[in-house]
Design a protein around this ligand. Structure first.
Ligand SMILES: C[S@@+](CC[C@H](N)C(=O)[O-])C[C@H]1O[C@@H](n2cnc3c(N)ncnc32)[C@H](O)[C@@H]1O
Length: 402
């Protein structure tokens, strides 16, 4: 029999720092293709003094992305600093400077230690990824395919700044997969928009929808519900969201800024609240915006996954409550596998693909619920969608109560 192991005491600052440094090392390995962030994290994994800024984080928040976001935020506020010249989001270069960014960034971070610690102690990272409009546009077209003439009120739960609510005001391109590069992309939304979103349509579903005459419906109202909504007019709050983006990923920050500019003159209604407790009021607001016969399309994108699993069925119950009154209602979900009640996520390959997102559709028509459909899968930031045109034809286009 082996000797009992000594009881483990609470983790001390030295243990925490070792764990933080290890996480920086893991980040550098996992994202080795990011020239700036991989270089910073590689150095941080060996630098106690710089890595120790993360000791200020709230419990559970001491992740490399928080350090990176805090420094990015400071760099965005100090665009003339030497450190800022390494950030494509500041100097607007597609490729970062040649050489080693660490000496400049380290010196900058340590010179602003107190400010950065205050930021790290009070913030968490948050994402509102505009390129997700690729799967939102496709899903919205499908949600409205059987009721194309009804005005839509879009209600996003976990909307953040509500940038996805502007989907049909963006130029969304679904491009042909490798080997079929000659085919023109299918375009949804506003082709002249400065907001350019793009993803590979692995199975050509967008083209097939076009052949059926399926496109985006008219969006009459947009409502977002979030525990901590971000007002697109609030420069500080928007800059933090921007700072949470990775400046190394080409086009990401530019797309974010363009979407903010487009929505600023006509922003969605954003409501602070919980997606279960405050859902009935948000649904009533969306229904008002849709008009008496309008179609309410509820969207969740990487949001339900943050809700306690025991509360997820409550979302479905509230939606069923509104739909029972006869209104056309749809719920488009883009969440990790196994997250959305009522969706049987047996899509081949779902569990095995890194960063995968299941695209699902619940619909209620004329007071009754249709069979929920797993449309397919997509990359978490909309880089590709994998939806079978045959499945969509049999389950969405040819199965409805109308
Ligand atoms: C990862 S962000 C996704 C934002 C956006 N849907 C997107 O796809 O870009 C998740 C959002 O869900 C919100 N959230 C988490 N739990 C929530 C809850 N119980 N009720 C309302 N919003 C919630 C967070 O505040 C955050 O803005």
């Amino acid at each position: 029999m082996s000797a009992p192991s000594p009881a483990r005491g609470p983790e001390g600052p030295g243990d925490r720092l070792s764990r933080i440094r290890r996480r920086f090392g893991e980040f550098a390995t996992e994202y080795a293709d990011l020239p700036l962030y991989a270089a910073l994290c590689r150095n941080l994994s060996e630098d106690d003094e710089a890595a120790s800024l993360l000791l200020a984080a709230r419990p559970g928040q001491a992740r490399p992305v928080l350090w990176l976001a805090a420094v990015h935020d400071l760099v965005l506020r100090n665009p003339d600093s030497t450190a800022a010249q390494w950030y494509p989001s500041v100097v607007r270069r597609r490729a970062p400077l040649e050489g080693d960014p660490w000496p400049d960034v380290r010196q900058f971070a340590l010179a602003h230690r107190a400010e950065l610690e205050a930021c790290i102690a009070t913030h968490g990272t948050q994402t509102n990824e505009v390129n997700r409009s690729v799967y939102v546009a496709l899903g919205l077209a499908l949600a409205a395919a059987d009721v194309p003439d009804l005005p839509v009120a879009l209600l996003e739960l976990g909307a953040s700044a509500g940038l996805l609510l502007g989907v049909e005001r963006y130029a969304v391109e679904l491009t042909a997969p490798a080997g079929r590069e000659g085919e023109a992309p299918v375009r949804l939304g506003d082709p002249g928009s400065p907001v350019r979103c793009s993803g590979v349509d692995r199975r050509g579903v967008a083209r097939r929808l076009g052949e059926h005459g399926v496109g985006l419906p008219r969006v009459a109202a947009r409502v977002g519900l979030d525990l901590a909504p971000v007002d697109v007019a609030d420069d500080g709050a928007v800059r933090w969201l921007e700072a949470c983006l990775w400046p190394d990923v080409p086009g990401r920050v530019e797309r974010f800024r363009a979407a903010r500019a487009v929505l600023r003159d006509d922003p969605p209604v954003l409501v602070a609240g919980d997606m279960v407790d405050d859902l009935p009021a948000a649904l009533a607001r969306a229904a008002d915006g849709a008009g008496p016969d309008g179609h309410v399309v509820v969207l969740t994108s990487w949001a339900l996954t943050y809700l306690d699993p025991a509360r997820r069925a409550d979302v479905l119950d509230h939606l069923g409550g509104l739909a029972a009154r006869g209104r056309a209602l749809s719920w488009l979900s883009a969440e990790p596998p196994g997250c959305v009640p009522g969706l049987v996520t047996t899509v081949e390959g779902v569990a095995g693909v890194e960063g995968n997102t299941v695209l699902g559709l619940h619909r209620w028509r004329d007071g009754r619920a249709l069979e929920p459909v797993v449309l397919g899968t997509c990359q978490a930031h909309g880089a590709w969608v994998d939806v079978s045109p045959d499945l969509v034809e049999s389950t969405v286009l040819h199965q409805s109560s109308r």
